[in-house]
Design a protein around this ligand. Structure first.
Ligand SMILES: [Zn+2]
Length: 274
């Protein structure tokens, strides 16, 4: 049995080598096409919209929704965005003041909680958070993780001539819904980095996400309670992540925050509508 396993692993290594993939780059290998990200996102979006009890979509504040969309669109105009016009990039606000979170499905369906909007203090911070969510979709973190965990299994099945559609089905079942959105620490740091890159090409202060981190850590230190649970389960936050963002800011020459790049006044006016 062990020998058989070794033979299979060797076959996979040969197969990957034939594809020109070396070990060092295996972590960024994604065996799924973009259409899989889009399909998964569409499915989760449908699940969310079927469950207004858990995900009450804010429908009576078109001005606030337009505002969130306009922030998102400024980020999507960044030259570093590669899936513009490919992924959905749609926004919804979830009317739940008790949850401080935002998330993005594969394929770009973005959700922001009113709890988060009320918690943060300026538009640049919202841009930093939305940029981070967009980065999860752009960098295909969910299907990357699926590849990492089940890719070898699928490749083995292909090599052994088993039914690949059956394997794909098993994979899809294992990754239904929100298990897909639990990001690793490495994914989080990468999303922070790309968010800052996107923001560098906008009028926003690229370090604004640090305001959010500082407030979250302070709240966590003070107990925080249920409002933070959802955030920390989908976006792990620790000191390393904060240090990483500060290092990136140093590399960017420590741009200075001001009203002209944080847009605090107009943000406060919008949040009053909620
Ligand atoms: Zn995240």
């Amino acid at each position: 049995m062990r020998k058989r396993k070794r033979i299979i692993i060797s076959a996979v290594v040969i197969f990957l080598t034939l594809l020109g993939i070396r070990c060092g780059t295996l972590s960024t290998l994604n065996i799924f096409p973009d259409s899989e990200d889009m399909q998964l996102g569409k499915q989760i979006d449908e699940e969310i919209k079927k469950d207004p009890k858990q995900y009450p979509i804010l429908t009576n504040k078109p001005k606030v929704k337009q505002y969130v969309e306009s922030v998102g669109n400024k980020i999507l105009a960044s030259p570093s965005i590669v899936k513009r016009g490919v992924y959905a990039y749609q926004y919804e606000i979830i009317h739940d003041d008790s949850t401080i979170n935002a998330f993005c499905t594969p394929g770009g369906y973005i959700y922001v909680y009113t709890g988060l909007m009320k918690f943060i203090d300026n538009e640049a911070t919202l841009a930093g958070v939305i940029g981070h969510e967009i980065a999860h979709a752009e960098r295909r973190h969910a299907t990357n993780r699926m590849t990492k965990q089940y890719g070898a299994q699928i490749l083995i099945s292909l090599i052994l001539g088993q039914n690949p559609s059956q394997v794909a089905e098993v994979t899809a079942n294992l990754f239904t819904g929100f298990a897909l959105l639990a990001n690793s620490r490495a994914d989080e740091s990468e999303a922070d980095e790309w968010s800052m890159k996107y923001l560098q090409t906008t009028a926003y202060y690229p370090g604004a996400i640090t305001y959010f981190f500082e407030k979250m850590m302070a709240k966590k230190g003070g107990g925080g309670g249920g409002a933070l649970e959802s955030f920390f389960s989908t976006h792990p936050l620790d000191q390393d992540r904060i240090t990483h963002v500060n290092q990136l800011l140093t590399k960017m020459g420590n741009p200075k925050p001001s009203e002209a790049n944080t847009f605090t006044k107009q943000y406060k006016a919008i949040v009053k509508e909620l």
